[in-house]
Design a protein around this ligand. Structure first.
Ligand SMILES: C[C@H](O)[C@H](O)[C@H]1CNC2=NC(N)=NC(=O)C2=N1
Length: 101
């Protein structure tokens, strides 16, 4: 089943429930700070597991104690879709367990 692009209004409504996430051009983005490089690296692995299960993958940038996610849906021409929001919600749910802020 094709995944449809969301309108600007639909994205903004959904982002109201996802503090810290924002729309940057045509991508959903979030930046986290963690307690250490190892903690940030462990969170990358956890996110990778979620992404494989969803078959939906963000661009992940690991810093010293930071992690940046950026995602849109390639199969929807690079638009933001419900798949991106689904990934954002799952990442947001696992973040507290890693002490990510
Ligand atoms: C074949 C596989 O299902 C597709 O390539 C998936 C994999 N991960 C993906 N990730 C993202 N962000 N967008 C996609 O369209 C996408 N498609």
């Amino acid at each position: 089943m094709a995944v449809e692009p969301l309108s600007q209004k639909e994205i903004e409504d959904r982002l109201a429930e996802l503090p810290g996430w924002s729309l940057d051009g045509d991508r959903l983005t979030r930046h986290y700070r963690l307690g250490s490089h190892f903690a940030a690296t462990a969170m990358v692995v956890h996110i990778a597991q979620v992404q494989e299960a969803l078959d939906h993958h963000s661009d992940l940038t690991l810093g010293y104690n930071t992690l940046a996610l950026s995602v849109n849906t390639h199969s929807a021409g690079g638009a933001v879709t419900e798949k991106d929001l689904e990934l954002a919600r799952k990442v947001e749910a696992l973040a507290p367990g890693h002490g990510a802020q």
